[in-house]
Design a protein around this ligand. Structure first.
Ligand SMILES: *Cc1c(COP(=O)(O)O)cnc(C)c1O
Length: 382
């Protein structure tokens, strides 16, 4: 085989995005304004249901705002999966609360509802499910647990545009909040950015204020009405999304369904081409539900002659860049030492963390590149 370069990811940016950013630069309104507002409205429409959308400058900021507006504070406990990006847990610490880490299901890589139940104490206030790789968590089970124990659900939907659970799209749930990410390599991108969806008007009001310094009225409205006056009702944050970023988001969102179809097509090729290899392939969404295929994660199994790290390196030498999602949080020094975490308490996360490798999936990936990834894997481990 001739060697080929295959990056892990490349964003797809079209002429429409470029023109809209140019319009923003020429019209002179750079920070949060009309484009951000339109992006919010379009996003709420895209997700469906009656949740409203609040644009922020990252999903991390959005998760922080959602927990703050949920009243999470010092000493409270919030249940998070051990197998996630560190942002899911770090925002809990921002508020002086404590993440309580629970194991995942090996098959789906999603939080295990039975582990949630076992972790609940009198101090538990919220659960943060992560729809891992774009496969929705079992929201019916998680909602039942939340209702029984009076807990809030803050969904980390960073991978979840679009995805659905039991026929309902993620973001449209009646949960206090679901938070999407537009980081550079997420399913749509604004460079940096995020969107909070909530169907609770009180939550929405608090998050809008806390997004911008705790002002009761934002700069765009003051500018439009010509009334300069405002009050500060809380020591808020600086988490608003710029119009420059929203300009990208407006057109990325229009492509979101096309992007999903492309990622699905690439994933189906991987399923076909890798079926007989010593790899555990990712779980599919149940019939009728949508998987975003943000990530295509395979796991080396006991029959594989290479370890994950050996396979990663061999692929790299063949020109194929992969990634690892993720190192389980119990393996990072801060989380391990602060909460005295032990690998044996998270057997599925531990196993996934040692064997997982994310293959390249991006819009614009050429057939020859997909074939090359498949053939290289076959040569290395079949
Ligand atoms: C990317 C990501 C985040 C953070 O998103 P940002 O927009 O970069 O803040 C949070 N959780 C998960 C699971 C992610 O993958």
């Amino acid at each position: 085989m001739t060697k080929m370069e295959v990056p892990f990811f490349r964003p797809f940016i079209g002429e429409e995005e470029i023109s809209e950013v140019e319009d923003c630069l020429r019209n002179g309104w750079l920070t949060t304004g009309a484009k951000a507002r339109r992006f919010e409205a379009d996003f709420a429409d895209f997700v469906g249901g009656d949740a409203e959308a609040i644009a922020v400058n990252s999903a991390t900021a959005g998760l922080h705002l959602a927990l703050e507006a949920s009243g999470i504070g010092p000493g409270d406990e919030v249940i998070v999966p051990d197998y996630t990006f560190t942002a899911t847990a770090e925002v809990v610490r921002y508020l002086g609360a404590h993440p309580v880490f629970v194991d995942i299901q090996y098959e789906t890589l999603n939080i295990d509802p039975s582990c949630i139940e076992a972790a609940i104490t009198s101090r538990t206030r919220a659960i943060m499910p992560v729809h891992f790789a774009g496969l929705a968590c079992d929201m019916i089970a998680i909602e039942a647990i939340a209702e029984k124990h009076g807990l809030k659900i803050i969904e980390d939907a960073a991978h979840a545009l679009p995805c659905s659970s039991a026929g309902r799209s993620i973001g449209s749930f009646a949960s206090p909040a679901a938070v999407f990410s537009f980081y550079a390599n997420k399913t749509i991108t604004t460079g940096e950015g995020g969107m909070i969806l909530t169907s609770d008007p009180k939550m929405a009001d608090r998050m809008r204020k806390m997004r911008l310094h705790g002002f009761d009225r934002n700069a765009f409205d003051r500018f439009k009405t010509g009334n300069w006056n405002y009050d500060v009702v809380a020591p808020g944050y600086k988490y608003n999304l710029t119009d420059i970023a929203a300009a990208l988001g407006l057109h990325q969102l229009k492509r979101a369904e096309f992007f999903r179809q492309e990622r699905t097509r690439i994933s189906e090729r991987y399923f076909e081409g890798l079926a007989d290899l010593p790899l555990d392939l990712p779980a599919r969404a149940v019939d009728g539900d949508v998987h975003s295929w943000h990530l295509f994660i395979v796991r080396t199994n006991a029959d594989c002659r290479l370890t994950r790290d050996e396979l990663f390196e061999a692929l790299r030498q063949s020109g194929i860049t992969c990634s690892v999602h993720y190192t389980p949080l119990h393996r990072f020094s801060y989380w391990r030492d602060t909460y005295d975490l032990k690998g044996q308490d998270f057997p599925n996360a531990e196993r996934a963390g040692q064997n997982a490798i994310s293959l390249p999936v991006f819009v614009g990936m050429k057939d020859a590149q997909i074939n090359y990834v498949i053939e290289t894997l076959r040569e290395l481990i079949s």
